[in-house]
Structures are given as structure tokens and as C-alpha cells.
Design a protein around this ligand. Structure first.
Ligand code: AMP
Length: 398
């Protein structure tokens, strides 16, 4: 049995695990859902039959049960050699992944004001794993870290400066682990080094963000203080006029209701009135459902506007990359977005686009396109496993 690396991704009522071997080949995955509720359950990989968890199972109980299942199935004979945790907000403290100790835990706690829905649950995953594997080096990998290279002009909001000084109000950016992986892959596919690669990376999943990467580092990104800013997403509105808050208050809407609406009832779901799922929206639009067509149009136009804006942040451009569930799978969304960007000289090959670039190293642009356009499947879990293994190997006594 080989050494393993465990990747832990904790949501408010869910726990995702991925198990890698020491050559970073994925061996297994598991997902526990509805934690804290009577009908908590888990699933291994793509197996249909759910695994039962104790009613009201906590993150810690779910972790224990799933590790036990990995052991029973012969996937894990002893403690992993490294554990990597996805942590949403690292504030300005973390510019890179960090080996977890008491001071790192305190710093993650201190960033919780910036991500009250995420950092505390990320910490509960860390605590559960530390108590299960007290002697294993554990690493926190932050969604924000890759964007700590943003220049001031890109991260400052034009608001009273004291808000930044006193409360940390600035743009942080998210999906950093995905964008960091994409630039490494883009460099490989374009036969360049990451440090000389400049791309615009569009991560389009349930959450969506675009990042300008110049010479391997993030120089602008569409998400801000929170993951609500920027593009139209599954249920998140993305950019709205800040005057909207005052207007809604005048209509009697409380701040927490506005927050909930913009985060959970906006985006594709809000516009279509039907679903946050892009695949379903495309089907509805094809059957003449006007609000679904509007949702797709607003999604693609906002995305094109942001890609256009990101052109101001790169001096040279080696390519535009689509990733995430929508970016990787929807030829239609890629085409409609690029159609809005003709002025910049982007042009797709219909054939390559329809085949996801699978026989051309991810490339989907036509011969006349001014810039390469690529489809690259993202792999945040692999990135976290890689960072965790690297830090564990550099740890004395590991
Ligand atoms: P993710 O959060 O990265 O898993 O992405 C989820 C989103 O990808 C959902 O909106 C899915 O509908 C969308 N998606 C997955 N496959 C397709 C597809 N073939 N066409 C359009 N959207 C897709």
C-alpha cells in the first residue's frame, strides 16, 4: 500500500474528500452532505448507494466514517503522509499555502470576519482532521492567495481609505487555486514557462470569475471583497449598482434579505426564474423560454465585458482560457461569448470548439484568430494535494 495524500474541502453542511497516491494520482473521492441534519448521508465516488451516517453527524463524525470506508476498501492502510485543506479566505496574511500550526489557525480565525460563512467551517474541517491525524503535516491552501499579487490600482475600491486601513475593505479575489492551476497547464500546453505566460483565465462553474495573469501572476480579477462581485453566476448576481442597496432599503428590504437574494436568488436562477443550471437553461432556451435566453445573453455579455476589461491588464496575451463546468463543457457559451469580443480579434473554429479542443491540446481558435483560445479542465484538488505534499516533504520529522 502506497503513501496517500488526503484533500479536505469543508462546506457549511458538507465535507468533500479526495485521496491521492504519492505520485498524485487520484485514488478515490467521497462526499458527505446534510451534515448536522437527521438525514445526513455520504457517497463514495460515483457509487449510487449512499453510505449511512449517524443522524445529525458532525464534520468530525463524517470524516471518521469516510476514512474508515477508505480503509475497509483497501484505499488507505495507514494515516496519510500529508493533508491539504481548502480555505476560502486568507486575507492579506497568506500569499501562499501554509503548514498548519496554532498561529496559522489563529490567523484563519482572524480572517473569518471577511468570510463568515466559509472560514469557520473550513476550520472545523481542520480541527476534525487534526484530531484524527495529530501527527500528519497539514496544509491550508487559500482561494485568495494567488491574487495577493494584485497591484493596488486593481485591489483598492474608491471608498474612504479608512475602510481599507481599519477593516480590510479591498478586493481579494477567489478561485485562486483554479486560476493558479490553469496558468501552469496553459504554460505546458503552449510550450512556455509559467513565469513568461500571460493569459486571461475564465473559471465558469456555479461560481464564476475571470483573472488576468501577467507573467504567471494574478494582476486583476473579477471577484472582490467577497465572491459576489463580478460575473453573473449560478445564483449570485455579480455586479449591481451600489445604489440598489439604498433603493431596496426604501422598499423595506432588510440587509440580510438583500444579501440572501443577491447570493442565493440572483444570477442565472434569478434571471430565468427556473434554474441555476446552465445545461437546463440551454435546453429551456432552445424550447423558446424567453427568460432563459435572457439569462444566457446577460451571462455571456457580462463575461465578454470582463474579458475586454482584463485586456487592459495584460501587456501581451498568450491566450484566453475557459474552465469550470460551463467553460469546459459548453461550446455554445464559449461561442456566444467570443462573438461579443470580435473587436479584439478572437475567433473560434466551430469544429474545434465543438470537440472541446480534445484533438488539439485544448486549442479551439481558428487560424484567423489574433489570440489562442483554450479549454483546460481545472483541477483544484490536485493543486491542493501537490501543495500539501510539497510542504509535508519539506517539514522536518515528517
Ligand atoms: P461546476 O461548479 O464547475 O461543477 O459547474 C457547474 C455548472 O456547469 C452548472 O451550471 C452546469 O449546468 C454546467 N455544465 C456542466 N456541463 C455542461 C454542459 N454540457 N453544458 C452547459 N453547462 C454545463
Amino acid at each position: 500500500m502506497e503513501d496517500t495524500v488526503l484533500v479536505v474541502n469543508c462546506g457549511s453542511s458538507s465535507l468533500k474528500l479526495a485521496l491521492f497516491d504519492n505520485r498524485l494520482q487520484k485514488q478515490a473521492s467521497a462526499l458527505a452532505e446534510r451534515l448536522g441534519q437527521d438525514d445526513a448521508f455520504a457517497r463514495l465516488g460515483h457509487e449510487d448507494t449512499p453510505l449511512t451516517l449517524p443522524p445529525g453527524a458532525s464534520h468530525s463524525q463524517a470524516l471518521e466514517s469516510l476514512v474508515e470506508v477508505f480503509r475497509e476498501r483497501g484505499l488507505m492502510s495507514s494515516a496519510p503522509v500529508a493533508v491539504g485543506h481548502r480555505v476560502v479566505h486568507g486575507g492579506e496574511t497568506f500569499r501562499e499555502a501554509a503548514l498548519i500550526d496554532d498561529s496559522v489557525i489563529n490567523a484563519i480565525e482572524n480572517c473569518a470576519a471577511l468570510a463568515p460563512l466559509h472560514n469557520p467551517v473550513n476550520l472545523s474541517g481542520i480541527r476534525a482532521t487534526l484530531s484524527q491525524f495529530p501527527d500528519v503535516p497539514q496544509t491550508a491552501v487559500f482561494d485568495t492567495a494567488f491574487h495577493q499579487t494584485l497591484p493596488k490600482r486593481a485591489y483598492l475600491y474608491a471608498v474612504p481609505e479608512a475602510w481599507y486601513q481599519d477593516w480590510g475593505v479591498r478586493r481579494y479575489g477567489f478561485h485562486g487555486t483554479s486560476h493558479a492551476y490553469i496558468v501552469l497547464e496553459a504554460a505546458r500546453l503552449l510550450d512556455k514557462t509559467p513565469a513568461t505566460t500571460s493569459i486571461i483565465s475564465a473559471h465558469l462553474g456555479n461560481g464564476c470569475s475571470v483573472t488576468a495573469i501577467r507573467d504567471g501572476i494574478s494582476v486583476d480579477t473579477s471577484m472582490g471583497l467577497t465572491p459576489l462581485e463580478g460575473l453573473v453566476m449560478g445564483t449570485r448576481s455579480g455586479d449591481v449598482d451600489p445604489g440598489l442597496f439604498d433603493f431596496l432599503a426604501s422598499k423595506g428590504m432588510a440587509a440580510d434579505e438583500v444579501h440572501r437574494s443577491l447570493n442565493q436568488r440572483g444570477g442565472l436562477l434569478g434571471l430565468s426564474g427556473q434554474t441555476n443550471d446552465m445545461r437546463t437553461l440551454c435546453e429551456l432556451a432552445d424550447h423558446g423560454h424567453e427568460p432563459s435566453r435572457n439569462a444566457i445573453d446577460v451571462f455571456c455579455f457580462r463575461l465578454a465585458r470582463y474579458i475586454g476589461a482584463m485586456m487592459a491588464s495584460v501587456k501581451e496575451l498568450d491566450g484566453l482560457v475557459f474552465t469550470g463546468g460551463i467553460g469546459e463543457n459548453s461550446a455554445r457559451i464559449r461561442q456566444q461569448t467570443i462573438d461579443n469580443l470580435e473587436i479584439f480579434g478572437y475567433k473560434l473554429s466551430t469544429d474545434l470548439n465543438n470537440h472541446h479542443g480534445e484533438y488539439s491540446d485544448g486549442r479551439i481558435e481558428s487560424a484567423e484568430s489574433r489570440y489562442p483560445v483554450l479549454v483546460i479542465p481545472t483541477n483544484e484538488e490536485l493543486m491542493i494535494a501537490r501543495e500539501a505534499l510539497q510542504l509535508a516533504e519539506n517539514t522536518p520529522n515528517a
